[in-house]
Design a binder for this molecule. Sequence first.
Ligand code: SF4
Length: 320
Amino acid sequence: MKGKIVLADAMGYCWGVRRTLDIIQRAGRPDNQIATIGDVIHNPQVVQRLRQAGVQTAETVDDASSQGFQQVAITAHGASPKRNQRAEDLGLSMVDTTCPLVTKVQRLAQKLVKQGYFIVVYGDAGHPEVRGILGWADTSRAVAAKHVEDLPWNAARGRTASDDQIAPPRKVAVISQTTKIVDEFLAFTRNLTDLVAREGGEIRVCNTICAPTTERQNAIERLSEQVDAILVIGGRKSSNTARLAEVARGHGVISYHIECERDIDHSWLRDITNVGITAGASTPDDVIEGVIDHLAMHGYERPTSHAWQSEYDLEHEPAY
Ligand code: SF4
């Protein structure tokens, strides 16, 4: 026996994604197909399975309508309220599977706007979740940014030396896309505080990174103390999987991003005794099982528990 396979104690589908898949599969039927607006999940095997269950994908509500769909679904990322309105205008029924943790951020953005804050959403400007949050904020006094250089300000409050320097307003609130890395969010907020909190400025920092994301990042930290290398499983286009690999490397452990067991290069494991496994939020359980089976066939001892799979139960949602 070479060594052990050690699983991260939180990995794979987050409960928000399990919940979305559950709701959409119940809604889609071969005789009444449903179109999700945008991908439910960045995983080709899952998309294929959903198609067979009567769940298709459309780019926009208008596309879904012109393709003859009667019902459309909002994915876990949520969407701007304008999308609901458009679906209603087109006579489509809407299945809203927005993750409740995203809904909380949308409501928070609205509340902060009412309190007079300029809103900064730390995240990817083109991501559907960020676009949805900005849609709910419904104000011109909001912006998405990943770096302070992306902000519309180039000088700290009280430090504008020329007309082309723009300082932030007095009240700024920062919230995060739910899937970001906590340390990077905090580094961003420190830089933003430097810009805002001088000369009477007020900054409000709301860490809205969701608990399942934080748990997965913390689980990698624990995993990295027990293993010599980590395989991070997830679609090549899955940015949260790529981020998990970054987090693992940040803890000083060799880590490889693989889509499935076929991507494993056995030269990676030559001097590796214990190998860790984690997976992105869009990685199905059977793909993770495939990697475990493959490593077991090559002499690694199987893990005793598959506890990560029991994380979600539609009837008993966790109280995050
Ligand atoms: S990553 Fe977090 S916010 Fe996004 S769907 Fe999963 S649980 Fe919900």
